[in-house]
Design a binder for this molecule. Structure first.
Ligand SMILES: *Cc1c(COP(=O)(O)O)cnc(C)c1O
Length: 529
């Protein structure tokens, strides 16, 4: 073992003992550092025969499963209820969350989740219903879905919406499947999809997943896509374009309308990645820009929790051209009550491509998003976008001379920096981000967008006060000055004040250690050294 790391009970490396904080603090007997508790895997806490429930085994119950009867224990950890609670609370304390501090992760829009939304989502009439209940018993919930659909259509200026997609990326899949269904209905096999190099990685992945060939378009020196660059690639085999607006450089695509017109003239469709709708909501209606399909991340624009890959919602709005192909189910207002169109397709133009999920989407997220919309109102939502853009521009204006910005002029909802200001300092973008952890912040997005060298993408969102932004800016400016003054160690040794220091993420991804036994190296670094 090199680098002066100690080992925990699991053989996992702890902190460096030769860091600057060493010497001032004695090693503790528990391995904990005050409330920074050294927590083991739950499997390591397990003891045979221990359980959170102490009901006796039911006796004489006949099994009805026959050969599929389990014969061995399923290997759940044996821990008592208080142990389970402590385990997860201790782990949660090692986490960083939007409720803990500013979360400047660009492109992710980590905005405050208002408690009013939480309160409404927990109302029993909304929280305790089941998707298989008779529709006559869930009229209020269907009304709510219908109302949310209405506001999404009004805000985007588009005539249809599919609510079942469960994340932005899932929404992309929904939109591109609708495009494919529309092309199939036209009897055309167009196979190429144009995707700017600055796109979120999910865009080319989605296009490829739907069987399209991805054709990358370069961005211009101003970080935007030009209509000429698009026109140069258009042809009879182009199914459409996937464009993000505002784009991932935090810039508004100025030629978006001309791009839409050109794509339509060539017989293609315009998919817009609307993850950044939070920057323009209430100000710009995507329908007016010629967009055919766009996902809206309720967890970005409408303040629902991100949920750690859990219960997300990424509704997709559609133009007249694609609306008939939107997936089932949807809610209709039959005058005498709301109904769900699940299987039979009503007489008309609807030709749904199928369904994306078992049920109707994430009800809890719908409640929260609608609560957010209604508590802000039309003028309030416009102010949300204004404040998000103002906050990002404040960060950009205050830091662009301390750091370096790749593009001239103001930004939209996120401020983008590159690593030119670190040139010759021996500090990389990654080191800079790690030093921000020691300052008590979650790092900004790094090395994305790919079109900018050593990118650092900062998105404060409208939730932050000026005081909070000032404190963050002071840390960023302090770090920038320290790097330029040659205080390299501050960066290369960072993070010093985190439960773990730097892990070998590549190795963890390529050679994951998935066993939970005490003997196995439980971290990539332990495996490496
Ligand atoms: C966040 C984001 C996505 C993906 O959304 P998920 O909900 O995380 O699947 C796609 N595109 C852009 C530009 C994004 O910022």
């Amino acid at each position: 073992m090199s680098g002066g790391y100690g080992l925990t009970g699991q053989g996992r490396p702890t902190r460096s003992e030769d860091g600057p904080e060493a010497g001032t603090a004695p090693a503790t007997f528990s391995g904990n550092r005050g409330l920074d508790v050294e927590e083991r895997l739950i499997f390591a806490l397990s003891r045979p025969g221990v359980s959170g429930v102490d009901l006796p085994e039911p006796k004489g119950l006949p099994t009805r499963i026959g050969v599929r009867t389990r014969t061995e224990a399923i290997g759940l950890p044996g821990v008592s209820e208080p142990e389970v609670v402590r385990h997860f609370v201790r782990l949660s304390r090692q986490n960083y969350s939007i409720d803990l501090g500013l979360f400047p992760l660009g492109s992710c829009t980590m905005k405050h989740n208002p408690r009013l939304n939480e309160k409404l989502a927990r109302l029993p009439g909304l929280a305790d219903i089941h998707p298989l209940q008779p529709v006559s018993t869930v009229q209020g919930a269907l009304d709510l879905i219908h109302t949310l659909s209405h506001w999404l259509k009004v805000l985007t200026g588009l005539p249809a919406v599919a609510l079942s997609p469960k994340a932005g990326a899932h929404g992309e899949l929904c939109g591109m499947m609708a495009i494919r269904a529309a092309l199939d209905a036209r009897g055309e096999r167009r196979r190429r999809v144009l995707v700017p190099v600055s796109a979120h990685g999910t865009n080319p992945a989605t296009a490829a997943q739907c069987g399209f060939e991805v054709d990358e378009i370069e961005a211009g020196p101003d970080g935007r896509v030009s209509v000429e660059a698009v026109k140069a690639r258009l042809g009879p085999d182009v199914a459409g374009i996937m464009l993000t607006n505002p784009n991932t450089c935090g810039l508004f695509e100025r030629e978006v309308k001309a791009i839409a017109d050109a794509v339509h003239a060539a017989g293609g469709y315009f998919y817009c990645d609307g993850a950044n709708f939070n920057a323009i909501v209430g100000r710009v209606r995507p329908g007016d820009l010629g967009i055919d399909a766009m996902h809206i991340n309720l967890h970005k624009t409408f303040s629902t929790p991100h949920g750690g890959g859990g219960p997300g919602a990424g509704p997709v709005v559609f133009s007249e051209a694609l609306a008939p192909f939107a997936p089932r189910p949807w809610v209709t207002d039959r005058g005498a009550g709301f109904a769900l169109v699940e299987d039979e397709v009503e007489a008309g133009t609807a030709r749904p491509f199928g369904r994306l999920t078992a049920f109707h989407g994430q009800m809890g997220m719908f409640v929260r998003a609608l609560a957010y919309m209604m508590s802000h109102g039309a003028d309030g939502l416009r102010q949300v976008a204004d404040d998000a853009v103002l906050g990002a521009n404040y960060v950009l204006a205050r830091l662009k001379d301390e750091m370096s910005a790749p593009f001239e002029g103001p930004c939209m909802h996120e401020a983008l920096f590159d690593d030119r200001f670190l040139e010759g300092t021996g500090v990389t973008t990654l080191d800079f981000a790690k030093a921000l952890i020691d300052e008590g912040y979650h790092p900004m997005t790094v090395y994305f967008p790919l079109v900018v060298h050593g990118a650092m993408l900062v998105e404060p969102t409208e939730s932050e006060s000026k005081e909070s932004l000032d404190r963050f800016i002071a840390s960023m400016a302090g770090l920038a000055r320290a790097a330029k003054a040659g205080d390299t160690e501050r960066f290369t040794a960072a993070p010093r004040f985190a439960p773990r220091r730097r892990l070998d993420e590549t190795r963890a991804a390529r050679k994951p250690v998935l066993t939970a036994s005490e003997g196995a190296p439980a971290s990539p670094r332990a495996a490496a050294e």
